[in-house]
Design a protein around this ligand. Structure first.
Ligand code: FES
Length: 78
């Protein structure tokens, strides 16, 4: 089962030090790029992301990155 392609480009997010994020891996969340529980009943589970610095992260929107939860350019092959 392939994940749903939420969009074919990354989501830039300003993440905050000390926060925990759950990246949507199924592509069905209405709160992209993060999990809203929509994966229930599918083989997908969210990927946890934690950071100790404030920075901008480019989260994968196509859900096909090899380097999940980060965009690695795989969306160009879709
Ligand atoms: S959005 Fe770039 S690899 Fe998925």
């Amino acid at each position: 089962m392939d994940p749903k392609i939420a969009q074919k480009f990354p989501y830039p997010v300003d993440v905050e030090s000390g926060k925990t994020y759950f990246w949507c891996s199924c592509g069905m969340s209405n709160n992209q790029p993060f999990c809203d529980g929509s994966h229930k009943g599918t083989p997908f589970t969210p990927i946890k992301f934690e950071t100790d610095e404030d920075k901008k992260v480019f989260f994968c929107g196509c859900k096909h990155a090899s380097n999940k939860p980060f965009c690695d350019g795989s969306h160009r092959e879709l």
